[in-house]
Ligand binder design. Structure first.
Ligand code: F0G
Length: 457
């Protein structure tokens, strides 16, 4: 087979500013050793997130010019609505300015003390929006998903046996909805199988509980189903997407991922009464229901992006470029979550720096070293992001996994950028024994990883 090439030509470029190692040591120190607090111009390759960082196509940019900026009933809304319906087939499509705005609306209405929401793994903002209402967010990830080194095709699946038991234990009346995150971002960008989606649907039917997707990376998930699940090789990605969504009653979406845009999101629903409540709250917090916190031009760009993201040449390139980085690192012995996921490579900090205990944040230590060594900006997904303190003892309850995410923006970096990333990670891996832990010197009460400040030990 020939090299899988980037299925696009580059029309517009953004220069990269280069810094020296000495400069980066100082920049990192000034940022309190938190990569979220570094200026982007001081970053050489930015792998902080794949969210809102996509390069748009010439068709999307021309959509920007076509945007209808009318307050109500804009043409761009109807194009957006039709594009989202083509994916979800849901009756009510509510635009929001990004994913967490959709989450905020949905969980404010359904949440509250005594309620439980269940997922394979909730993403940090989703969990925070649930907990903010006083409800509990429960992750029921399948066993394979908890072992980074274990190779399995669908490590994002939910443990359906535990799901059934859990529903019976807390009572179906206390569970407003069950949600599958596709792909499972916090668990390594791992996909969920169609089989698992169907099984979760069956259990939700049995207990009469609504079932939703956190659909951020639905196209990447669909492509993995095509590649890995029996019976889907001959199906097109749009067909697989439609089947996936046929099993759910609604979705929250961050269009900043699999819609190839820089801002946007939606809430899709079939339940009319719930949709009315959501629209009313939308008007208070986001805007009129035909723009929901977005400009008409953003709605155009999303509609176009949704056509491009299910293109199989695009998805083949996308999934292969992540796998390519994964293979390079594995060849050098670097421990990562296997197999590589859909939008990122996740370094397994527990095996990378086994000498640093969770309370000294091994992932954060690797994040800092990657920046110093090569100007890479990455993020910790471990005990900084998900650690909690024991209410009695005040001791850290570590996260299930200690990971460092190298998220790859869509259509932004070329193969030589990725080769450089692999070289930097390998360099840091070679000097792993010298890495030291960190302590937190400032933290916010919620979503602390965004603003925390650290000091090396
Ligand atoms: N759900 C998942 C699975 C996500 O990955 C994100 C965002 C959201 C919801 C929230 O969407 O940012 O548009 O409000 N993830 C980004 C990331 C921030 O870096 O993984 P948002």
């Amino acid at each position: 087979m020939k090299t899988i090439i980037e299925p696009f030509k580059i029309k517009s470029v953004e220069p990269i500013k280069f810094t020296t190692k000495e400069e980066r040591v100082k920049i990192l120190q000034d940022a309190g050793y938190n990569t979220f607090l570094i200026r982007s111009e001081d970053v050489i390759i930015d792998l902080l997130t794949d969210s809102g960082t996509s390069a748009m196509s010439s068709e999307q940019w021309s959509g920007i010019m076509k945007g209808d900026e009318s307050y109500a009933g804009a043409k761009s809304f109807f194009r957006f609505e039709a594009a989202v319906k083509k994916i979800t087939n849901h009756k009510f499509i509510i635009p929001t300015h990004q994913g967490r705005a959709a989450e905020k609306i949905l969980f404010s209405i359904l949440g509250g003390k005594g309620k439980y929401f269940i997922s394979n793994t909730f993403f940090d903002t989703t969990r925070a929006n649930i907990e903010f209402t006083g409800a509990e967010a429960v992750d029921l990830l399948c066993e394979e998903g908890k072992h980074p080194e274990l190779k399995a095709p669908f490590k994002g699946n939910m443990d359906v046996n535990v799901l059934d038991e859990f529903i019976q234990k807390v009572g179906k009346e206390n569970i407003p909805l069950v949600m599958l995150t596709i792909t499972n971002n916090s668990g390594g960008g791992q996909p969920v199988s169609m089989q698992n989606i169907k099984e979760v649907r069956a259990i939700c039917n049995k207990h009469n509980i609504p079932f939703f997707f956190d659909a951020c990376r639905f196209a990447e998930n669909a492509y993995f189903i095509k590649l890995r699940e029996e019976g889907y090789k001959q199906k097109s990605v749009p067909e697989i997407v439609q089947e996936m969504f046929s099993y759910v009653d609604g979705s929250t979406m961050s269009a900043k991922k699999d819609s190839l845009v820089n801002i946007g999101g939606w809430l899709s629903l079939n339940d009319e009464e719930l949709a009315m409540k959501c629209r009313n709250l939308l008007i208070v917090t986001e805007g009129f229901p035909t723009y929901g916190g977005l400009a008409g031009r953003d709605l155009e760009a999303i509609a176009q992006g949704l056509e491009e993201v299910v293109d199989e040449h695009y998805l083949q390139y996308r999934i292969r470029s992540i796998e390519y980085l994964g293979e390079k690192l594995l060849n050098e012995g670097v421990p990562i979550i296997e197999p590589p996921g859909g939008h990122a490579i996740y370094l397994d900090a527990k095996r990378f720096t086994p000498h640093i205990p969770p309370e000294h944040y091994p992932g954060q230590s690797i994040v800092c070293e990657l920046y110093i060594e090569g100007g890479l900006r990455t993020t910790e997904i471990g005990s900084v992001m998900f650690g909690k303190y024991d209410k009695q003892t005040g001791k850290l309850i570590p996260a299930m996994m200690e990971l460092v995410r190298l998220a790859i923006p869509r259509r932004v970096y070329t193969q030589s950028h990725i080769d450089y990333v692999a070289e930097v990670v390998t360099e840091v891996y070679k000097m792993r024994n010298k890495l030291k832990g960190y302590k937190i010197v400032y933290e916010a009460p919620i979503l602390r990883h965004f603003t925390a400040r650290f000091q090396p030990l």
